[in-house]
Design a protein around this ligand. Structure first.
Ligand code: ADP
Ligand code: ZN
Ligand code: MG
Length: 479
């Protein structure tokens, strides 16, 4: 019976840090350069090449560890992890083994609030990339990625469903995005995750034998691989078999996990301290400065959205899926007169436009400021919603600022002398209101602007009208 087994999952995540150069040499770190165009004797493992630690990568590792509430160790040690593979020219990877940068962190799932412990965060270098062309006659290798800086995050085995593991992993992705230490996605290979999973009898108090799953290139693939593996292990156990400690590869095509290597072939990495690097010592003043410069976490930004604008949990969640989008939404909302109206614009027209332009908010030509202005024009009755949405589409497709779109479309009258006539007439027609405004009832300014908007059939530029009223009324003498 499936229900008598419980799944346990632990994750190992590799984050490629967004540095200019590689972990131990001065080659540029790239993701899309022509193969083998950014290599040197150090990252190619030539005899005599000596590694030098990239301080920027250490700083990003520290910020990640800080954001995960880890204990950051003032001293950590680089080690050699020895194995042979064509994409590893040195024959070993420099990593941290017994003395990692940081240990004992936590990160909560924002939906469920459930906290998962992070065992460790350590620094290491990436390997190159093997390429297997269709012809199948030979394989190629690209060493550009060789030596790129990685932070590895290892969780405790504390997830009990694929959904919980993937939701947490998404939060970790959001975290590194907000911290600005990793640019890209699972599809780009700069954020990768291996998943360990085991099954145990409910209430038996021990974890079962696990398998390690590799080769998943999307959140969906991780979900599917874990679901498949849980079913497979359950079936093995249900029929009296034993799960073997092995590494399995997710095959996207067939939707299965396949054995890559078993326990017998388990690698013996012969770790030893890297003789070419000294102990990594974090100087207290430097450490403090780096910790203090850590950017806001998604959790902090979510709280800011909720407190500042009183948004619903759903809206907060929608606006904090990435740093760029959160910055955009925050800026638009800061200038909103009507918060729910601006939320609607963001969720509807803006999100849609970003989606259609490839998903990157910074590629959207419409300034967040113009979104709040547009929403305000609708709220004040200056523009109808369909008109405003047309204006938005023009701003977006023709890369024009709001003011220009409004004038081009004949929607807005900004000529001062024309507007001054209207404003003057209204002041004459409503002497009482004018007096009360001048005497201090400031809310009447909005009322006057509204009258002027009506009189111009919504075409007057409300900002200019408002300035004109202030100018003319404040100059007027009153009894
Ligand atoms: P190793 O030293 O063999 O690499 P670790 O103890 O470092 O093993 O664990 C590696 C990953 O596997 C961690 O994410 C951990 O949470 C997970 N893990 C360990 N044991 C189990 C288990 N029995 N079931 C599921 N996951 C496990
Ligand atoms: Zn190099
Ligand atoms: Mg381990």
């Amino acid at each position: 019976m499936t229900s008598s087994f419980v799944a346990t999952i632990g994750l190992e995540i590799h984050v490629q840090l967004d540095t200019q150069t590689k972990m131990f040499c001065r080659c540029r770190r790239t993701v899309d350069a022509p193969p083998n165009s950014h290599v040197c004797p150090v990252c190619l493992g030539m005899p005599g090449g000596l590694p030098v630690v990239n301080q920027g990568a250490v700083a990003m590792g520290v910020q990640l560890a800080e954001a995960l509430s880890c204990t950051i160790h003032r001293q950590s040690v680089f080690a050699r992890k020895n194995y042979f593979y064509p994409d590893l020219p040195k024959g070993y990877q420099i990593t941290q083994h017994e003395a990692p940068l940081a240990t004992d962190g936590v990160l909560a799932d924002p939906e469920t609030g459930e906290v998962v412990r992070v065992s460790r965060v350590h620094l290491e270098e990436d390997a190159g990339k093997s390429i297997h062309p269709q012809s199948g006659e030979h394989s190629l290798v690209d060493f550009n990625r060789c030596g790129a800086p990685l932070a590895e995050i290892v969780t405790e085995p504390e997830f009990h469903s694929p959904g919980a593991a993937v939701a947490w992993l998404k939060e970790l992705w959001t975290l590194v995005d907000f911290l600005g230490i990793c640019r890209g996605s699972m599809a780009d290979g700069v954020f990768r995750c291996d998943a360990n999973v085991s099954m145990a009898k409910v209430g038996c108090g021990e974890l079962g034998v696990r398998t390690e799953l590799k080769n998943m290139n999307s959140f969906q693939a991780i979900l599917s691989a874990l679901e498949f593996e849980i079913d497979r292990q359950t079936e093995v156990l249900r029929t009296g078999g034993r799960v073997l400690l092995e590494t399995r590869l997710w095959d996207e095509g067939t939707g299965q996990t396949l054995v890559m290597r078993g326990k017998e072939e388990a690698r013996d990495y012969r770790y030893f301290d890297e003789p070419d690097l000294p102990v990594l010592i974090l100087e207290p003043m430097w450490l403090q400065r780096v910790v203090e410069s850590t950017r806001e976490t998604p959790g902090e930004v979510r709280r800011a959205f909720a407190h500042r604008f009183g948004l619903t949990r759903e809206d907060v969640g929608r606006f904090t899926t990435s740093r760029k989008w959160a910055d955009y939404a925050f800026e638009a909302l800061e200038r909103a007169q009507d918060i729910p109206a601006v939320c609607n614009w963001l969720n509807r027209d803006v999100a849609n436009a970003i989606h259609q332009s490839g998903g990157d908010p910074s590629a959207l030509s419409v300034a967040p400021d113009d979104i709040s202005k547009l929403a305000n024009l609708v709220e004040s009755g200056t523009l109808s919603l369909p008109m405003a949405r047309n204006v938005f589409r023009t701003m977006w497709s023709r890369v024009l600022p709001l003011a220009q779109c409004l004038e081009d479309a004949g929607h807005q009258e900004s000529d001062e002398s024309t507007l001054r006539t209207v404003v003057g007439e209204l002041i004459d027609e409503f002497p009482d209101e004018a007096r009360r405004y001048v005497a201090g009832k400031e809310s009447l300014l909005r009322w006057f602007v509204g009258q002027a908007m009506r009189r111009t059939q919504g075409r007057g530029n409300p900002q200019i009208i408002s300035q004109l009223f202030e100018k003319l009324l404040n100059r007027k003498e009153h009894p």
